[in-house]
Design a protein around this ligand. Sequence first.
Ligand code: ASP
Length: 333
Amino acid sequence: MKRRNFIKNASITGIGLTISTSVLNCKDHNPEKNHNTAMAPINTTPIVVATWDVKESTQKAWEVIQNGGTALDAVEQGCMVEEANEKGQTVGKGGLPDRDGNVTLDACIMDKDGNCGSVVYLQNITHAVSVARKVMEETPHVMLAGEGAQQFAISQGFERENLLTDASKKAWENWKINSEYKPIINIENHDTIGMLAIDKNGDISGACTTSGLAYKMAGRVGDSPIIGSGLFVDNEIGGCVATGLGEEVMKTVGSFLVVELMRQGKTPQQACEEAISRIVTKPNSDYKNFQVGYIAVNKKGETGSYAIHQHFSMTKYQDGVNETIQSDYIIKT
Ligand code: ASP
């Protein structure tokens, strides 16, 4: 049962009347701190934000919204642009492989009603984000993995493809020359594509897609397909997506944390900064050697982005302007 229906039904039957009253009556719900959760209609105009410099992806998502599409359609189709781009070596086709030479993809998607779908360790299918959407819409599950995910994708009409391009194969062969196991997290160039959008109805959705850490161990899965880590959306509050070393994002349930901080009244920028600070202030954090970046949007269309190191960026399409903005970062030395 959907959350709103549950609240509605509970009020009608008298069960949970207290809950429904306090949830629906925001004046009783600490208005000082919760300005982002105000129930009065908010006049939000459409917006698309994405991790890194991916203007073609945000352009596509923006067009979907301008043509009357939902935020869900927008984030899926926006991510698909980068998944199909063979030159991008961190997402979809052409992604760098694991240490055994296999390209394995992780992706997830989340809609305005809190529904979500995810695929992990998916091979031979370019559009992992679309398979994740199918998991959400066509199965009673949230996540499918590996061979099962691939079989499901094929049953849904997706075609098997070799995702390892010549360029990525060559890069892997060069990496193998140095036999020490050290997966590479890219601090300077774009990695995971995480995208959030608000459509003309003011509804929020998000998606995240990646080939994960380059030269990772076979079977390794990062934060990107994990709801609450790589992506989280609450249509009453806002959304967040992450990029960078997934292990560190998962340990702090990063995207969920950012959304919950916004629920408590922080701006998207403040929430991203707090979530990054939680990572670097952990005891014995090795933050000097890895990157994590967050981007967030709230229900009002305000945005934020923050990272551990410089070179992280957010692409934002708002009011007809598609621009990539360098993010602020915590480690200045
Ligand atoms: N977060 C991704 C992972 O850990 C990688 C990335 O964003 O570059 O798999």
